[in-house]
Design a binder for this molecule. Structure first.
Ligand SMILES: *Cc1c(COP(=O)(O)O)cnc(C)c1O
Length: 354
């Protein structure tokens, strides 16, 4: 099997503008720093297996009973638990493509069959096809990566209903940057699981923290495949504090969103197609044209963006929203590179005419 390929993580100390793995350009809250020092004293002891302090705080913030919440060592771990609990050899897992490629890797590990359904034009949910797949597990990444687009709640709700007993996972890693969340659908849909991450909106990618929300019957099954002490004491304390400092997160999210809107307009002016993003990144596309050389040229100038070398995505780059200064450097570099590339094709065209 092919391994999952994470985006480049340069060694510390390298001066790069890092817009390739959707991290937050702003730091975690000052409160997070404080609890880290305090938690260090307790590292001699194993952590509480159910991450109680974090779950209690999450129950308050998201207004759900504790029994409907579980914590993961990143939402990637929650995804791994879901695949392990729900899928065996020849079982089916369905999702629209392109999307987060870790799902493919997790399916391979379980020897499960992937039913990949292409998004309809402009990333509209292929609802009928997903229902027809009759999969044990159906996943909607919402907002979707790498497109940044959001599937409306009404469609998620309709899909959940039509899937009957089939489980539906809504991967909301980017939802704090969006206008709606499937959490409000939980009550009506016992087959729904909502996943959240602290990596993007809370600026805590390095801490590894995620939350899963579902009806108690589903959570109880997931707990059976959970590593006993999956979250460290540091992560539990930091996660609980981050949820107490919600305003800090919201302020950073607002900054990223306003930069996102400006950058979307600038990329369109340079000639990229950019679907409306509800995440902390945008997808810049030149239909039919391989953007690998552009991504490589940006890399040479010290700017990392994500390029996926697959047939469906090679004409696109996924660009994380950084600080205004970082985005200014990106736009300046892209303007030059695209103008140079255009001049080259025009010269070639003129030579052919001659
Ligand atoms: C980043 C990301 C995750 C992983 O989040 P972690 O909490 O860092 O494990 C999950 N799903 C999607 C779609 C992501 O982009």
């Amino acid at each position: 099997m092919a391994a999952y390929e994470p985006g480049e993580q340069p060694r510390p100390g390298r001066r790069l503008i890092k817009l390739n793995t959707n991290e937050n350009p702003y730091p975690p809250s000052p409160g997070v720093r404080k609890v880290l020092a305090g938690a260090a004293n307790l590292l001699r002891l194993y952590p509480p297996p159910r991450a109680d302090e974090l779950i209690d705080q999450a129950a308050r913030v998201y207004r759900l009973p504790r029994e409907m919440i579980m914590a993961g060592n990143g939402s990637d771990e929650l995804l791994a638990m879901l695949f392990r609990a729900a899928l065996g050899p020849h079982h089916k897992v369905a999702y629209p493509l392109p999307t987060y490629s870790l799902y493919d890797t997790l399916a391979k590990i379980q020897e499960a069959v992937v039913v990949g359904v292409p998004w309809h034009h402009e990333f509209i949910l292929p609802l009928d096809e997903l229902v027809r797949a009759r999969a044990q597990l159906t996943i909607i990444c919402n907002p979707n990566s790498p497109s940044g687009t959001l599937t409306p709640l009404a469609e998620i709700s309709a899909l959940a209903k039509r899937l009957g007993r089939g489980l539906i996972v809504v991967d909301e890693a980017y939802v704090d940057f969006a206008d709606s969340s499937a959490l409000e659908l939980l009550r009506d849909h016992p087959n729904l699981i909502v996943l959240r991450s602290f990596s993007k909106s809370f600026s805590l990618a390095g801490m590894r923290l995620g939350l899963g929300f579902a009806h108690r019957e589903v959570i109880d099954q997931l707990l059976k495949v959970k590593d006993s002490y999956n979250l460290s004491r540091l992560a539990i304390a930091v996660g609980a504090q981050a949820l107490r400092d919600l305003d800090w997160m919201r302020r950073n999210v607002d900054r990223v969103k306003s930069t996102r809107e400006r950058v979307t307009g600038e990329l369109r002016l340079i000639g990229f197609e950019v679907p409306p993003s509800q995440a902390n990144f945008v997808m810049a596309r030149k239909p039919g044209r391989d953007l690998a050389p552009i991504a490589a040229a940006l890399r040479k100038r010290g700017i990392l963006v994500r390029h996926f070398p697959t047939p469906a995505l090679k004409d696109a780059m996924r660009i994380t929203i950084g600080t205004p200064a970082e985005m200014k450097a990106l736009i300046t570099a892209l303007r030059l590179l695209m103008a140079a590339a255009l001049a080259k094709t025009t010269r070639r065209g003129a030579a052919q005419v001659r």
